[in-house]
Design a protein around this ligand. Structure first.
Ligand code: NCD
Ligand code: ZN
Ligand code: ZN
Ligand code: ZN
Length: 375
């Protein structure tokens, strides 16, 4: 029996978009530190992106990543396989056929990592052969991804949509009965940083000019507002953090794209609820329910044995200051929201039926499992 008093019980957050940096870039983050950051903040499952070193573009590399995460992660996890500029479609088919992944991530613009695909023949083959393609696509590349999905694909997930202009493209495609069908659905992801930050905040201090750089870049206040409106109109499917940690020294030295996000995403959204910007139902839908559906997370365990619970307990009325009233778990050691005063905080995280985080204390026994998906 757990007494949660007046607090809110909700499903654990599923973050479809994180870069946990293992293997190869573990001075920035690894599965231990990244999953502790998730546990603290109420994320019970993360999906990791393929732009590690080596890239997750072969079956062998994927299996190696799974082995590392199984040993180290304290929350549940899954992986997006990566499309390679060197045409790894045969390898991709093998991975999907073996059920080792059900999604493929491709990069259609320059960002952190060496995974840009410019060859149309490869792009076409990736869409032809996968169930759901997650894209880093900006501006015109969004139109191209929508076309590819319509002509060859079975599903498109547009990552981190930053602006009114780009989200309008995706919304109009989602509303178009020929472009968005049961056979090739389209999903829209928005990140917390494109909702809460903008160029005005970025340009306000010399430090922010360096720290608040990511792909896609922050846009105007009016874009923040458009994104909020779209969320409340039901036109956005998920909130994904694009947790992309880099050390502060790297960020200040030269322009480096990406920022940490898992430790603040839920608290920022609950704070937005307290400000009347969003309902709790919508938060649950975008951060828990829709990610589970899109990723086809299967019901684990047989009904008569009971499901394995991934549950969090949120104190929606807790006042706290980011980076002051908590310790940063991410190895990068910083957050773009430092000193922000928020109302609302995760207080307990239950993964696979076990309490792994309670009132500031992480129970540091690896208990995460690979998330399976149903056909
Ligand atoms: C990401 C990273 O650092 O891995 N960077 C970023 O600016 N978003 C890569 C990405 O998601 O594009
Ligand atoms: Zn990206
Ligand atoms: Zn704009
Ligand atoms: Zn990303």
């Amino acid at each position: 029996i757990i007494d949660v008093e007046e607090k809110l019980i909700m499903p654990g957050v599923i973050d479809v978009h994180t870069h946990m940096r293992e293997p190869g870039i573990t001075y920035k983050e690894d599965f231990t530190t990244g999953s502790r950051a998730c546990a603290k903040a109420g994320i019970t499952t993360f999906y990791d992106m393929p732009n590690t070193i080596p890239t997750t573009t072969t079956l062998e590399n994927l299996l190696e990543k799974k082995k590392l995460a199984s040993k180290k992660s304290i929350v549940n996890f899954g992986f997006h396989f990566g499309g390679s500029k060197n045409d790894n479609v045969e390898e991709m088919k093998k991975v999907l056929r073996n059920g080792e992944a059900n999604t493929v991530k491709i990069f259609m613009n320059v960002t952190t990592g060496e995974m840009l695909i410019e060859d149309d023949k490869i792009l076409k083959k990736v869409f032809e052969n996968s169930e759901l393609v997650l894209v880093h696509a900006e501006n015109d590349m969004i139109d191209k991804a929508i076309e590819l999905n319509k002509n060859y694909g079975k599903g498109l997930y547009v990552c981190h949509i930053p602006s009114a202009e780009e989200l309008k493209k995706v919304i109009s495609a989602k509303k178009n009965k020929e472009l968005n069908t049961k056979e090739h659905p389209i999903y829209a992801e928005v990140t917390p940083h494109h909702l809460f930050l903008n160029t005005e905040i970025r340009e306000s201090t010399e430090r922010n000019k360096m720290l608040l750089r990511m792909k896609p870049e922050l846009r105007e206040k009016s874009d923040n507002e458009f994104l909020w409106e779209a969320i409340n109109q039901g036109e956005v499917d998920t909130i994904g953090t694009d947790h992309a940690p880099h050390l502060i020294s790297e960020k200040l030295e030269k322009i480096t794209f990406g920022m940490p996000g898992v430790e603040t995403s839920l608290a920022l959204m609950i704070n937005a609820f307290n400000e009347g910007k969003i309902s709790l139902e919508t938060i649950q839908k975008l951060m828990c329910e829709n990610p589970a559906k899109i990723m086809k997370i299967e019901k684990r365990g047989k009904l008569q044995e009971g499901f394995f619970a991934d549950i969090i307990v949120v104190d929606t009325q807790k006042d706290w200051i980011v980076g002051v009233d908590d310790t940063i778990e991410s190895k990068c050691g910083w957050t773009p929201y430092e000193n922000w005063k928020l109302k609302g905080k995760n207080t307990m995280t239950i993964v696979n039926g076990k309490i792994i985080y309670e009132n500031g204390k992480i129970n540091d026994i690896p208990k995460g499992k690979e998330i399976k998906f149903s056909e």
